[in-house]
Design a protein around this ligand. Structure first.
Ligand SMILES: *Cc1c(COP(=O)(O)O)cnc(C)c1O
Length: 432
């Protein structure tokens, strides 16, 4: 299956080009030219399949003309190396825990898949690909850990000196091997600017294969559809309809759920749950899509005022806004509501939600209130509560144990290369 640009359906490229370029040259997002439909018997048999078997089936349908079956198997086995348990926390409300990967957030799925796919696609090339990533914290850790020791790929992470938490910094500066961290004397925007300049620099691009692994890359986006299938396979709907609530920022995760639904997965309603950065809920209520400056919240990985995947969502509904509004319901919540939900759920069920998952839970609870007994619901728990330790400990008045694999990073030794905030310095580093 080839990919087209949302800005020009006639611009079509192979999987390899879509992955190595990331963004289309016309700044559009790459989308599958045709979305394959799974047969009813596959859907009916999902509950008999393992997470990996579901992966072979779904990715096989998507990529059969671009990848060999063994390559698909390698990709799936590398990506789905940890579980995504579905936990019932109240009657009819399930938490899909996506935080059991190395950096304790759902971005591990996309980052692991992206790294392995790049390495497969670059196998025949003699040159290594260099992945440039600017990070304010979380993306750097997911990408560094996803690409760690993956052959044929070198990762260069630019992060603002003194502006990321100790734990975040340790997660991408202690690995070594094919991961290099550049500590830039500047802020996040400076890091992003250096990366953008590198992609535009003719000399660099003639000598090196540069790519990005940001969240709009199809290789990070598409694999996220797998855990929707897996969650469905584990669920007992008891004859009811299914609603899935996705705590959202850039809307890649929700888009992957819609992709699963378009491939035949019976999800009746999606809930786009956000914090006060409510551009998409405002659109779903009938407004226009208008970006805003982002507002800081306690669910800070969703503080996005201009969600880059919006046009991808619209494309999944064939650019039919009324169909989009019919299938996806929007809700937004402020920090006060989010903390209250964390407290209530903890007291009622002893279940600890992180602030992002709590926003997803709230969207689901508010939606279900309108339809008593009609729906069972799943919300995506996108991060381990230990990642947002201060907020969670403060709200719930308890101490959270940092999982061992995260605590282990704190023992590693930071190896970062200090670099001034200057493009020529960055360029000569890349060329040396
Ligand atoms: C990135 C992130 C989100 C938002 O996901 P999108 O795909 O950008 O909508 C939600 N929760 C956590 C913990 C995240 O890191």
């Amino acid at each position: 299956m080839n990919f087209y640009s949302t800005n020009n359906p006639d611009h079509q490229v192979s999987l390899k080009d879509a992955v190595i370029k990331g963004l289309a040259p016309d700044q559009g997002l790459y989308m599958p030219v045709a979305i394959p439909m799974l047969s009813q018997s596959v859907i009916d048999n999902l509950h008999k399949m393992s997470f990996q078997e579901i992966g072979y089936e779904v990715l096989g349908a998507l990529f059969e003309d671009q990848l060999e079956p063994e390559q698909i198997k390698t990709l799936v086995d590398h990506t789905l190396a940890f579980d995504a348990p579905l936990v019932e926390i109240e009657e009819g409300i399930y938490s899909l825990e996506l935080f059991h990967g190395p950096t304790l957030a759902f971005k591990d799925f996309g980052a692991r898949f992206c790294s392995k796919l790049m390495s497969i696609l670059m196998e025949e090339e003699s040159q290594q690909v260099k992945v440039l990533v600017a990070t304010s914290g979380d993306t750097g850790s997911a990408v560094a850990n996803g690409f760690y020791k993956v052959p044929g790929v070198e990762v260069i992470i630019l992060y603002p000196k003194g502006k990321v938490s100790d734990l975040q910094e340790k997660q991408f500066t202690t690995l070594g091997e094919n991961i290099t961290a550049l500590e830039i004397d500047g802020v996040f925007d400076d890091c992003q600017k250096l990366v953008k300049e590198a992609f535009l620099d003719e000399e660099l691009n003639s000598k090196l294969i540069l790519t990005s692994a940001n969240s709009i890359n199809v290789a990070r986006w598409i694999p996220q559809c797998l855990y929707y299938f897996y969650a469905y396979s584990k669920l007992d709907k008891a004859g009811k309809k299914l609603a899935v609530s996705v705590p959202s920022g850039n809307f890649g995760n929700l888009g992957a759920g819609i992709l699963a639904e378009r491939m035949g997965l019976p999800i009746d309603t999606f809930i786009a749950s956000t914090n006060v950065n409510r551009v998409v809920p405002a659109f779903l209520e009938g407004g226009r899509f208008e970006s805003q400056a982002s507002i800081p919240t306690i669910s800070n990985s969703m503080d996005v005022g201009n969600p880059s995947n919006f046009y991808r969502l619209l494309a999944l509904y064939d650019n039919d806004e009324s169909l989009f509004r019919e299938k996806v319901k929007g809700f937004y919540f402020d920090d006060h509501h989010t903390r209250d939900a964390m407290i209530t759920v903890y007291h009622q069920s002893k279940y600890i939600m992180d602030p992002h998952g709590a926003v997803g839970y709230l969207g689901l609870r508010n939606f279900r209130k309108q339809f008593p007994d009609e729906y069972v619901g799943i919300f995506l728990e996108t991060a381990h509560p230990g990642k947002f330790r201060e907020t969670v400990e403060h709200a719930l008045n308890l101490t959270i144990e940092l999982p061992e694999r995260l605590a282990a990073f704190m023992d590693g030794e930071k190896q970062a290369l200090p670099l001034e905030n200057d493009f020529e310095a960055f360029k000569s580093y890349l060329l040396k």
